[in-house]
Design a protein around this ligand. Structure first.
Ligand code: DAH
Length: 349
């Protein structure tokens, strides 16, 4: 029984392994149930008690030594495998794209840029807020009472984290909380838009659980409903590139505005072609109104001196309308084919 010979042989076998699989085979060949080291242990039964003790200890010590060696080698081979995978799967990002899968600008990204530049030309700056909001900014400060249907589970995504008032945090259901954040941090005059992602538990051809809105807020000493109408009509005419756009304002209700309205855009489909701004069909694209004095006071703005208007536009809707796209879910499919077909080249961007 040459224990040291088995050790030497095993060490050599371990060192010559080039893959994790080979190492596994060596492990089985020496330390497995029918392996050589285990075989040595089985031979002990023919030895004297004295020999059993000393040889047994020697066999166990080479077993431990081999186990350690295999573990070390395993780590080396694992790193080697990862490195070789990384170099084999290397992507040359400087390589020109093939013409079939040309990268294009997503319609929503284009809308974001257009909306920002239209409002920037009217003197609005861009404000931002977090997607994960507290109950206070998303609801309470906006005068949305505790029992308002918008708070019900089917609309709002709640998350496990709690806010300072021990209420669950939410994925913001609209961009309106950015109004509150801005009014709390900034003194009037205020003239901001807040484009961004919003979330509601809803999904069909015209609703997606994640969608986009742009919020607008204008506060000074005299802003009124006719300023609001003028602003929104100018925005729509520029965005849809249509003059004398046919629109209508309908009275509505939002807890954070008083009075409140919704704006619809006229459209028609003639010979399968969508015409925006004319015809007898209507599509609702935004909610708006004069900021409720209660909301101003919630943000420590003196409502006897200041007033203003706010609006919230569904960006996915106006994108679908402008480009004749029917299913909102396609926006978020992540399909390069869809984006190649419906997106915009940087040239005409
Ligand atoms: N936050 C409203 C919603 O998501 C939209 C909205 C309506 C925003 C009226 C406003 C507003 O700022 O004044 O349904």
């Amino acid at each position: 029984m040459d224990i040291q010979q088995v050790l030497k042989e095993a060490k050599k076998a371990i060192e010559s392994c080039e893959s994790q699989q080979q190492l596994q085979d060596v492990k089985v060949a020496y330390l497995g149930k029918k392996g050589k080291v285990t075989g040595l242990l089985k031979l002990l039964k023919d030895f004297t008690l004295e020999e059993k003790k000393s040889k047994g200890a020697e066999i166990n010590s080479i077993k431990v030594e081999l186990e350690e060696l295999i573990e070390k080698e395993q780590a080396i081979l694992k790193t080697k495998d990862i490195n070789s995978k990384l170099s084999n799967e290397f992507i040359d990002i400087s390589f020109p794209p093939s013409s079939q899968s040309e990268a294009k600008v997503h319609p929503i990204s284009k809308t974001f840029d257009e909306v920002i530049s239209i409002f920037a030309s009217m003197g609005y700056s861009v404000a931002e807020g977090p997607d994960i909001e507290s109950d206070f900014y998303n609801f309470t400060a906006l005068n949305i009472p505790e029992d308002h249907p918008a708070r019900e589970m089917q609309d709002t995504f709640y998350i496990e984290d709690k806010d300072d008032n021990d209420l669950p945090m939410v994925l913001r259901t609209h961009t309106s909380p950015v109004q509150i954040r801005t009014m709390i941090n900034q003194k009037p005059p205020i003239k901001i838009i807040a484009p961004g992602r919003t979330y509601r538990c809803d999904s069909d051809a015209t609703h997606s659980p994640m969608f986009h809105q742009v919020e607008g807020l204008f506060i000074n000493e005299s802003a009124n409903m006719s300023d609001l109408k003028g602003t929104l009509i100018e925005f729509c005419e520029k965005f849809f590139e249509v003059q004398n756009l046919k629109v209508r304002f309908r009275p509505s209700y939002f807890p954070f505005t008083e009075p409140s309205a919704e704006m619809d855009i006229a459209y028609s489909i003639i010979n399968n072609e969508l015409r925006i701004g004319e015809g007898d069909k209507w599509l609702e694209i935004l909610g708006c109104g004069m900021v409720n004095p209660v909301v101003l006071e919630n943000c420590k703005i003196d409502s006897s001196n200041f007033q203003g208007f706010a609006f919230g536009v569904g960006l996915d809707r106006i994108t679908m309308l402008k480009h004749g796209l029917k299913d909102i879910r396609a926006f978020f499919s992540g399909s390069i084919n869809w984006t190649s077909k419906n997106g915009f080249g940087l040239g005409n961007y």
